[in-house]
Design a protein. Structure first.
Length: 617
């Protein structure tokens, strides 16, 4: 279970702090082990259960469970006492553990590699990050005392009216009012609830207010990945388009908004190349912006949120948007879920800084996708399975290429047995993309290539991305599949930031034929623009008929095929299935066993952190 790095860390603690006993060394090794799995700390009373969940997740052979049953864990009270004893200095040797009573900002980094708070044990750097975020957000969580100009208030009433057409309160208006009144706002909600839409319209109001006062606000829009950045651009543009019967925005407001080009968080902070956790902007050199909006915050790790919090000026507004029920960051922490928990807790420092949007605007609230998403979020596997079983094949492709069937379920222990069903969804769209690419229609090829995706939990094997990318190539190229990695119509996914080319991790593109040569085309920074490269310039790209569910976050597709992991996979999880099916606008095809789907829905993520509790009192 423990990795080589975990054992080496415990050995280093033993050499550096010779007074430590075996119970402290076990805790140190497990603390290292936990951080590799996204936990910010370990709870000494909860770590045995966490280890069992991790080791036995999805396994039904009993072997792992039997092995764990043979382990003798320290009694929690004795274990805690042993760790506390390691905080006592012996002679000139510093103590291995620092005891802390509360989250603070004094002496965050010192000679103690481990920090103990209550029964939570941290590696020092992760304790420092939680303390930094907590302290900065507590300071930021104060009213601005700002009053909108009369013209801006009138625009707010027009863009975000107080009531919905049916007379019910408009939650999006509440979100807008929160951003006006606070320097820290968390806007949470599921897909289609209008999180980004409401913030985009609110930005128009804040710009109007600033223009009335003779200034123009400096606004930053950022997302964790290139794909999420692109979706942010699309959503902002759609939100600002006048509704039927609605007057257009004044030209100066439109010009100011068009000048705001979304970027990645790393791009906003100014990443120093391969040193992904060092940035040009920090507390000593803060960002110049008056308003910083971050979309898809569920994907943001604790270290990255810390660097962002340090870089935003104290007087600026920070708006965090996202869905706390989606997958957490692939790295460390569960920051959005923690912030939402804190905001929902009476007496918390973040109480009054959260709006959770519930009304769905993307599709009808009783649509199969919405009902399925609600059941998954609630952990109701019976309702979810019944909704999946009700799905019908329907007409997958309407005249406009839209998917007219909402939810389908193909039961298959081996997803390869459902290949023909997946092909029926995917093949017409990849052929349409290839046709546009052969004609040199870059925008048409880009649009067609993003109308559907196969989403997988795994990278390898029958349930993995590699298998379904190979099948996608075969559907398009037949016997020529695999003969040449570069071919017309190949969908592309950037896997690493490439500042040299202006590409970000998560950007998607397609290979287009242009005057007898192949060109890799990606969406440009503005609507309707493209970035074009000779394929040899691209260093970190992969084929993208299929991708992992994690990499799909921040994206939206008319059609999604989910290859559910097997019931025995350690990747089974509620957030994985919820994230995958909510990437779809119109059609979801789920391929897997009923047992696997049930195990996913009834297995929520449980990352060990202390950030939510840091805002109490």
């Amino acid at each position: 279970m423990l990795g080589v790095g975990d054992v080496h860390f415990a050995e280093w603690v033993a050499r550096t702090f010779p007074e430590c006993d075996e119970q402290l060394l076990l805790a140190a090794a497990l603390c290292s082990w936990a951080t590799q799995r996204g936990h910010a700390c370990i709870s000494l009373s909860g770590i045995p259960a966490a280890v069992r969940r991790e080791v036995t997740a999805g396994r039904d052979d009993g072997a792992a469970s039997d092995a764990l049953d043979s382990l003798v864990w320290p009694e929690p009270g004795e274990w805690l006492a042993a760790v506390r004893r390691a905080s006592e200095q012996s002679g000139n040797t510093p103590a291995a553990v620092r005891l802390v009573e509360r989250w603070g900002t004094d002496a965050l980094l010192d000679d103690h590699p481990l920090v103990l708070h209550d029964d939570r044990l941290y590696l020092q750097r992760h304790w420092a990050d939680e303390c930094t975020v907590s302290a900065l957000f507590r300071t930021r969580a104060a009213d601005t005392g700002h009053t909108l100009s009369s013209a801006a208030l009138a625009l707010l009433d027009r863009l975000l009216p107080s009531a919905e057409p049916d007379g019910s309160p408009n939650q999006q208006r509440r979100a807008g009012e929160l951003v006006v009144a606070k320097r820290l706002a968390v806007i949470a909600g599921g897909p289609g609830t209008g999180k980004t839409y409401s913030v985009a319209r609110l930005l128009a109001v804040l710009i109007a207010d600033a223009l009335d006062r003779g200034t123009t606000p400096r606004i930053a829009l950022a997302a964790p990945t290139g794909k999420a950045k692109a979706r942010l651009s699309e959503t902002i543009a759609a939100a600002l388009a006048p509704r039927q019967g609605e007057a257009p925005l004044d030209p100066p407001i439109v010009e100011a908004l068009r000048a705001v080009v979304p970027t990645t968080i790393h791009g906003l902070l100014g990443s120093f190349g391969i040193e992904h956790h060092r940035f040009r902007h920090d507390a000593a050199n803060p960002l110049p912006h008056d308003i910083v909006v971050v979309d898809e915050t569920s994907m943001v790790s604790l270290p990255l949120l810390t660097r962002l919090a340090e870089a935003v000026r104290p007087e600026a507004r920070l708006v965090l948007i996202g869905d706390p029920d989606q997958l957490e960051s692939v790295e460390l922490g569960a920051v959005l879920a923690d912030l939402v928990r804190a905001g929902e807790r009476p007496g918390s420092a973040l109480a009054g800084h959260l709006v959770r949007l519930l009304r769905v605007h993307r599709f009808e609230h009783d649509s199969p996708i919405a009902v399925l998403a609600d059941a998954i979020r609630a952990g109701d596997d019976n309702t979810a399975i019944s909704r999946l079983a009700l799905g019908e094949a329907g007409d997958l492709h309407g005249d406009d290429g839209a998917m007219t069937s909402s939810v389908r379920f193909v039961v298959a222990d081996d997803p390869r047995h459902a290949s023909s069903e997946v092909e029926r969804v995917i093949r017409p769209l990849i052929e349409a993309a290839a046709a546009a690419a052969r004609a040199g229609d870059a925008l048409g090829a880009l649009s067609a290539s993003t109308r559907a995706r196969v989403l997988c939990a795994h990278r390898l094997g029958p349930w993995g991305v590699s298998e379904w990318n190979e099948r996608g190539e075969h559907w398009l190229r037949g016997a020529r599949a695999g003969s040449n990695v570069w071919y017309v119509g190949r969908p592309l996914l950037v896997t690493k930031n490439d500042p040299r080319l202006g590409l970000a991790n998560g950007d998607t593109g397609v290979v287009v034929e242009r005057e007898g040569r192949l060109v890799a085309v990606f969406a440009g920074p503005t609507a309707g623009s493209t970035l074009e490269f000779d394929p040899v310039q691209l260093e970190s790209v992969e084929t993208a008929y299929a991708m992992t569910v994690h990499k799909s976050q921040g994206s939206e597709y008319p059609s999604v095929v989910l290859i559910a992991p097997p019931a025995t996979s350690p990747l089974v999880g509620r957030e994985l299935v919820y994230t995958a099916i909510t990437r779809a606008k119109s059609h979801v095809l789920v391929v897997g066993s009923e047992d696997a789907i049930r195990r996913c829905i009834t297995t929520p993520a449980r990352r060990m952190t202390g950030l939510a509790e840091s805002f109490s009192g």
